[in-house]
Design a protein around this ligand. Structure first.
Ligand code: NAD
Length: 482
């Protein structure tokens, strides 16, 4: 498929014979799959070939209400009364079942979202299972997480997630909320509902008491119905800063709690003393992983002047060797853009970058005819005030600038409304400490990028959000401390 590579290309597509998908998915409420009140369905499309994979039920206000009532009843009658160890057993069960069906989930995630099978197989699904395992372990140890105080659950929590890591984001939300004794209504993103519906099958198989987890599919209006429902105790949201602001306003004065995991525009900083070849690999991983649909992507690259030319030349060579194409092919590095809308957004930014005077380089990759594709792009000759440097593009587009001193690059890195993540490449520990201390961002990776672990907290400063997920800190957002 990809003719730009200079060796004989041999596709290695993952088999899809073993996966089981229905033509149509209903809502998951009170332990059962039920049609939406208005019987409306929308299409879930494979972005790599534009074919409809399945039809998904669209929940309205009355469906959301039904899910909240089911969650409230489950909270009062079973889940909050159950012993912590018992709750933990259910969460372990979900983790194990997910691990057993990892192959099936990897393929479905890849087909529904466009990410390469290597990523869904090696990152998304194993990490999702690891989150359930990790938090299951906390279920009967909460007194150690909160020494000297008694944590009590919040009650019914509404959870809204984005499309870039569908199952993983569901796991980040569900696992800590369950083990702290809350019951849940989860809303997946409209372009990627399938692994959430497969997870509902696992929830049934795990015999979780009905109503503890409810899943309502739909778009913006379904999300709004959940945010504005009067009997929700908290909204846990991951998505864009724009919608995060809407949620903050909608909840103001309601007494409901919230955590918001929002957008980012991370600085990835390469000093002259960095291991250059490793850093080039790190740049590729930081911005082209998951087609750049990553909140913590290193979308602003800062190169110290003395190495800028060398790094850009190596980067272009490496970009040209990336294989863009069929997400199910195990050789593929860059899969499909998640949706037509997202591709249009990326293309608008690319045009804007050119109009602002940036110099563009796009990798020489041959793209399939059908589907939504964007070969990796870098912009040079851009400055801090350019919109491609300031705004989150959420695609495989990197803005490159240079710097001379450490103080200069720290100031440039902090010159953003976001504060989610960052990267630093150097062989000097002192520089790592200074950069990671002075950049206002939740995570700073040193000589690596995009490394995740369930035990490590993740969260943003400034417009990147409120609260943390992961680690012991991830439990904090789901309890009241008395
Ligand atoms: P989005 O904000 O458009 O949508 C996220 C979710 O919110 C979807 O389920 C959507 O249906 C729902 N939604 C949209 N409008 C709503 C409203 N008015 N009320 C309630 N719900 C609403 O974001 P997206 O395009 O799906 O995801 C990309 C964004 O997510 C990026 O900005 C990215 O940085 C961010 N993100 C952040 C993290 C993090 O941990 N900080 C992780 C992943 C993604």
């Amino acid at each position: 498929m990809n003719k730009s590579v200079n060796w004989e290309y041999s596709p290695a597509p993952e088999s899809i014979d073993h996966i089981q998908l229905k033509n149509q998915y209903n809502l998951f409420i009170n332990g059962e799959f039920v049609p939406a009140y208005q019987k409306k369905y929308f299409d879930s499309i494979n972005p790599a070939n534009e074919k409809v994979i399945a039809k998904i039920a669209e929940a309205d206000d009355s469906d959301v209400n039904k899910a909240v009532v089911a969650a409230r009843n489950a909270y009062k009658e079973t889940w909050s009364k159950m012993g912590p160890r018992e709750r933990g057993k259910y969460v372990y069960r979900i983790a194990r079942l997910l691990q057993e069906r990892a192959r099936e989930f990897s393929v479905i995630e890849c087909m529904d979202g466009g990410k390469p099978i290597r990523e869904s197989r090696d990152v998304d699904i194993p990490l999702a299972a690891a989150h359930f395992f990790y938090y299951a372990g906390w279920a009967d140890k909460l007194k150690y997480a909160f020494p000297g105080v008694s944590p009590t659950p919040l009650g019914v929590v509404g959870q809204i997630i984005p499309w870039n890591f569908p199952l993983l984001m569901a796991a980040w939300k569900l696992a800590p909320a369950l083990v702290t004794g809350n019951t849940l209504v989860l809303k997946p993103a409209e372009t990627t509902s399938l692994t959430a519906m497969k997870l509902a099958e696992i929830i049934q198989e795990a015999n979780l008491p009905p109503g503890v987890i409810n899943i309502v599919t739909g778009g913006v209006e379904t999300g709004q119905a959940l945010v504005n429902h009067p009997d929700i105790d908290k909204i846990a949201f991951t998505g864009s800063t724009e919608v995060g602001k809407y949620i903050m306003k909608a909840l103001a004065g309601s007494g409901k709690k919230y955590t918001l995991e929002l957008g980012g525009k991370a600085a990835n900083i390469i000093f002259e003393d960095a291991p250059i070849d490793q850093a080039v690999e790190g740049i590729i991983n930081s911005i082209f992983f998951n087609q750049g649909h990553v909140c913590c992507a290193g979308s602003r690259l800062y190169l110290q002047e003395g190495i800028a030319e060398q790094v850009i030349s190596k980067l272009k060579n490496r970009m040209d060797s990336l294989i863009v194409g069929d997400p199910l092919d195990k050789n593929t590095d860059i899969g499909a853009i998640n949706s037509k809308i997202q591709l249009e957004k990326i293309n608008e930014y690319v045009q804007l970058g050119k109009d602002e005077g940036g110099t563009i380089y796009q990798s020489k990759s041959e793209m399939p005819d059908k589907g939504y594709w964007c070969a990796p792009i870098i912009f040079t000759d851009v400055s801090q005030s350019n919109r491609v440097v300031q705004e989150e593009i959420f695609g495989p587009v990197l803005a490159i600038q240079t710097f001379r001193t450490i103080d200069e690059v720290i100031a440039k890195a902090n010159n953003t409304p976001y504060g989610l993540s960052g990267g630093v490449w150097t062989d000097k520990g002192a520089k790592i400490f200074k950069v990671s201390k002075e950049i206002r961002a939740g995570v700073i990776w040193a000589n690596t990028f995009n490394k995740f672990d369930p035990s490590a907290p993740f969260g943003g400063y400034k417009e990147s959000g409120v609260g943390s997920e992961g680690g012991v800190e991830g439990l904090r957002g789901y309890v009241d401390l008395n």
